[in-house]
Design a protein around this ligand. Structure first.
Ligand SMILES: *Cc1c(COP(=O)(O)O)cnc(C)c1O
Length: 396
């Protein structure tokens, strides 16, 4: 086991072709050094503030709080970041590491296209070449994001291998990286992949909870009782939990996508239904079919239908520190509509899973208790889909 082989209990590790091991070692050295390198930290925070628009607000949702009549609800507004979600935090950090390692080319894989767009954005900002791998089926479904990436100067490769889905795009990106490692940096968009990626994403996204902790202490003079965040691969959730991991009285809740229901067969509730396995370079929990193949997952939310989960979340669940709950499409759409009407915020359908759980949880708590719910992104991108879900025709 190399020193870069970070584990979380039984999860994590580095399950990659031998050719990539030296890259992971170099990457880990650069990552460990960047945490205390004043020049790196100054540049990272300058870009977070001046380009992405941080710090993001911690907003007291008074109308929601009064309507529900339980715990006081605060919203951590990652939807206000440039590009409209938390993904930019991590991509800035990884692209800075790429620069430091002398790489000139960024590659990424993307399902819905959101991480591809974030990577293409930073590649444009840094003047780097960018190639994004996407399953063929996903490029057909996400034409707008494919065009967005092209506008930003990235090349999108439609992957036809396998089923033409996200897992096939992951394999294509890993193959590209193994072949072009000399000049190429693989930007991973969630708290997943071989070590040190999950630790890196944790580090770069922890800005969410570092800010939120200071903001809630300023506003309320005490820590919150619970944090709620939605969970796809788990990057906004681990970023929201990070600064509270050592505060045992702060409950940590991840809302994962139950799709049409936990028992429906059309779901992405990895932590509730998944089993231990190895994919995407890591040991974690995955939704797998009876032959041990990665299952086809489903959620109304494109950002949550990843068939696995970050290894740190698998470990937090196993240790009991983190709690993970499934939210159905219907509950998420109701929360999407609710927070729009109640607070005037159109939240991403992913984030609406966290809002849905916050509604349930707040109702069981006292008015002197506090929940911080992370709004991972804005929902403009989801308006057409919610209209469709509700049977409203937008075009004739
Ligand atoms: C990508 C995305 C997610 C899911 O990713 P995590 O790594 O689980 O955070 C959630 N919300 C939004 C808005 C996203 O774009």
């Amino acid at each position: 086991m190399s020193e870069s082989d970070i584990r979380y209990g039984n999860y994590g590790g580095q399950f990659v072709p031998e050719a990539l091991m030296p890259e992971l070692l170099r990457l880990n050295d650069a990552f460990q050094a960047c945490k205390t390198d004043p020049a790196f930290q100054a540049e990272f925070h300058r870009l977070l503030n001046d380009y992405a628009g941080r710090p993001s607000l911690l907003y007291y949702a008074k109308r929601m709080t009064e309507d529900i009549g339980g715990a006081k609800i605060y919203l951590k507004r990652e939807d206000l970041n440039h590009t409209g979600a938390h993904k930019i935090n991590n991509v800035i950090g990884q692209a800075l590491l790429a620069k430091q390692l002398g790489k000139t080319r960024l590659i990424a894989e993307t399902g819905a296209g959101q991480h591809g767009v974030a990577t293409a954005t930073i590649a444009a900002l840094f003047g780097m070449e960018c190639v994004v791998y996407m399953g063929k089926e996903d490029t057909d479904r996400q034409r707008l994001n494919v065009f967005r990436m092209a506008l930003l100067g990235a090349k999108v490769v439609a992957v036809t291998d396998g089923q033409g889905l996200l897992k096939d795009a992951v394999n294509a990106a890993l193959a590209d990286w193994a072949q072009h490692a000399a000049d190429t940096f693989y930007v991973i968009g969630s708290a997943v992949g071989p070590a040190p990626y999950p630790a890196m994403v944790h580090e770069f996204q922890s800005v969410i909870s570092t800010e939120a902790r200071a903001q809630i202490l300023e506003a309320e003079g005490r820590l919150p009782d619970a944090i709620v965040a939605c969970c796809g691969g788990g990057s906004n959730a681990i970023g929201s939990f990070a600064a509270f991991l050592d505060d045992p009285d702060v409950m940590l809740y991840g809302a994962e996508a139950a799709g049409e229901g936990i028992d429906s067969g059309k779901t992405a509730a990895t932590l509730e239904l998944g089993s231990d396995g190895i994919f995407h370079g890591m040991a974690s929990k995955f939704l797998q079919d009876k032959d041990g193949q990665i299952a086809k997952v489903y959620s109304i939310s494109a950002g949550l239908d990843y068939p696995g989960i970050g290894p740190e979340h698998a470990a937090l669940q196993a240790s009991g520190r983190g709690h993970y709950v499934g939210i159905t499409d219907e509950e998420a759409v109701q929360a999407f509509e609710y927070i729009a009407k109640e607070e005037g915020i159109i939240a991403a359908i992913e984030s609406s899973h966290a809002v849905a759980y916050t509604r349930k949880l707040a109702a069981t708590m006292r008015p002197d208790q506090i929940i911080i719910c992370t709004l991972s992104g804005r929902g403009d991108k989801d308006v057409a889909q919610v209209a469709d879900y509700r049977g409203v025709a937008l075009n004739d």
